[in-house]
Design a protein around this ligand. Structure first.
Ligand code: SF4
Length: 571
């Protein structure tokens, strides 16, 4: 059986913007924060906001303090004014596409036009839009209701942004034939249209479509409706616990899609649950997948990759081909990464739900393993020289203190920087530096020489590690925002981060070409260049085709580090 995740599944621009706005506000102020009504229609996101202390206002009090966010659906203008009069600071998180419809209605209402909204009159977006129509608004959901309205001298017709495109096409045709003087606007959001088109296509090519998202979410309900109108079996679930996996037994292929307000972690969770069920049906593939999963969760694959990269860097630096520095790098990276995962359970609950469960369950064992590996790495470093030992000791202490509150309260910043982790963008930079030192500088220090290729090796390792870390930070952006982490992609934005990663990987390839021209053997330069080239391709596929799952992508990227050592071992 095949599982496919829709490319359009998950947060749309408007929802992402609203969630980012409220999380940024929560991470930057100690004042009380409220959302006016539910920020979006998704129970898991609303639960998450509650855990962050963001409360919900359902009615407007006469007096209040703090910040109120207006939901992505928008509100009537008089509600926004009342919130301000009550004393709140109002942050408008209304989706820009909804604001555009509000403006159309407001402009024509000023001129005395009636407004006809094709949408559910109880839906918050429609309630907000009606507020702009100056008591001349009408909301209808069916053709019969539209035909039953009086014939207005002047009217504008708009659709709720998440309306069914096929229904609105009928409205447009009817208006053109019977009310040609009405001004009809195309206000269905492009994101909604694309989702509905994709679900039609997926339903035509798969046996079943699972639609994940809140039952109150208009666009999710319509996705399920669109899927149900096809020959495929449509299953609408709000959370992964509702999946009846036994009912999926007879299907050969399943597509998973999600509404615009469904967060990534709920989609990932759903996909993992279905995939786990399938694995039970195919023991060999299931076994391979379990091993893959275990290598990733325990960080063994990453540690092996660090060892392999160290070996490759030693060859670039023309150092003796010994395994001791590869072993030191493996032990150090394993130790630091496991400790970091133990401290990152909060963001992993959203980014990697399975990994969070694993680290909660085996925390004492994993902590003991990490400390033992760190100790063993230090011992090995000591056997190679006192300088190596001290460098590794300092790096280990920095790594251990990364998650601890070591900076005094109020020190130098209003943003409560208490841990190294709190310094914006620190994770990517520190991991890159740490890997660069352990894979390149430590082996060179012990030889008591400065090999000619030292800089090339350092930049090669640092470039690959930077790209890998920044890429995983992009994948984890939702959970990191929730946990209040300021990673590089949060600071730069996803698009700029992807551009930066591409530039760095391309720079690594240019570096190798330059190294070849100045004396590095062609075969070595070529084999080493395969790895950044492969990473560029993987990232390209990930951006263009979300049908590669996060786990598959993680496995392939982590495995690419293994290739560096294997490639040079062949020479
Ligand atoms: S579905 Fe479209 S209109 Fe609605 S919040 Fe998302 S981007 Fe905005």
């Amino acid at each position: 059986m095949k599982i496919v995740i829709a490319k359009t599944a998950g947060f749309c621009m408007g929802v992402r913007r609203a969630v980012d706005m409220v999380l940024n506000a929560a991470n930057q102020t100690d004042a009380p924060i409220y959302t006016y009504g539910p920020l979006i229609h998704n129970p898991q996101v609303l639960e998450m906001l509650e855990t962050k202390g963001i409360s919900r206002l359902d009615t407007i009090p006469q007096k209040g303090t703090g910040m109120v966010l207006i939901r992505a659906h928008g509100v009537p203008p008089e509600d926004e004014a009342a919130l301000k009069t009550a004393g709140f600071t109002v942050l408008n998180a209304t989706c820009p596409r909804v604001i555009k419809v509000q403006k159309i209605i407001g402009k024509y209402a000023e001129k005395g036009h009636a407004t006809i909204i094709i949408g559910d009159k109880k839906h918050p977006e429609v309630l907000g839009l009606l507020g702009y129509a100056k008591a001349k608004g009408h909301a209808v959901t069916t053709m019969d209701q539209l035909k039953a309205l009086p014939k207005f001298d002047n009217a504008v017709v708009v659709a709720q942004t998440t309306q069914n495109t096929a229904v609105y096409d009928q409205v447009k045709t009817w208006c053109a034939a019977h009310r040609p003087h009405y001004q009809v606007f195309d206000t269905i959001c492009g994101s909604t249209e694309r989702r509905q088109q994709e679900v039609r296509h997926l339903a035509a090519t798969h046996d079943a479509v699972i639609v994940v998202g809140g039952r109150q979410s208009g666009n999710t309900k319509r996705l399920a409706q669109v899927a149900a109108e096809t020959r495929a079996v449509a299953i609408h679930i709000e959370s992964v616990s509702e999946i009846d996996v036994t009912a999926l037994a007879g299907f050969r292929s399943i597509a998973i899609t999600a509404g615009a307000s469904t967060p990534n972690w709920v989609i990932t969770d759903t996909c993992s649950r279905v995939a786990r069920h399938l694995q039970k049906q195919r023991p060999v593939a299931g076994f391979i997948s379990e091993i893959q999963d275990c290598l990733l969760k325990t960080n063994l694959l990453l540690a092996l990759g660090a060892g392999s990269l160290t070996y490759a860097c030693s060859v670039i630096q023309q150092l003796p081909r010994t395994m001791i520095h590869a072993a030191i790098a493996m032990l150090y990276v394993f130790s630091m990464q496991v400790i970091n995962n133990i401290f990152s359970v909060k963001s992993d609950t959203y980014n990697h739900p399975d990994r969070a469960v694993f680290y909660r369950r085996y925390r004492p064992v994993l902590a003991a393993l990490a400390l033992s590996a760190g100790g063993a790495g230090l011992y090995l470093a000591y056997t190679t020289g006192v300088m190596s030992f001290f460098i590794l000791l300092i790096m280990s202490l920095l790594g251990l203190s990364y998650n601890l509150k070591i900076i005094p309260q109020g020190f130098g910043s209003a943003q409560q920087i208490r841990r190294i982790k709190d310094i914006p963008g620190s994770k990517t930079i520190l991991i890159t530096m740490a890997w660069g030192i352990v894979t390149t500088i430590l082996p060179a220090v012990d030889t008591r020489s400065m090999p000619a290729w030292h800089t090339v090796a350092f930049l090669y390792a640092a470039g690959l590690v930077f790209s890998r870390t920044a890429f995983f930070d992009i994948v984890a952006i939702q959970g990191d925002r929730i946990a209040g982490r300021e990673t590089l992609p949060i600071l730069l934005g996803e698009k700029k981060s992807f551009v930066l990663i591409r530039c760095v990987l391309a720079g690594v390839m240019v570096l190798l070409a330059g190294a070849w021209l100045t004396g590095l053997p062609f075969s070595l330069s070529f084999l080493l260049a395969v790895v950044p080239g492969m990473m560029l391709l993987l990232i390209h596929f990930f951006e263009k085709d979300t049908q590669i799952s996060g786990t598959q992508m993680e496995f392939m990227i982590e495995s690419s580090f293994l290739l560096t050592g294997l490639a040079v071992a062949l020479l």
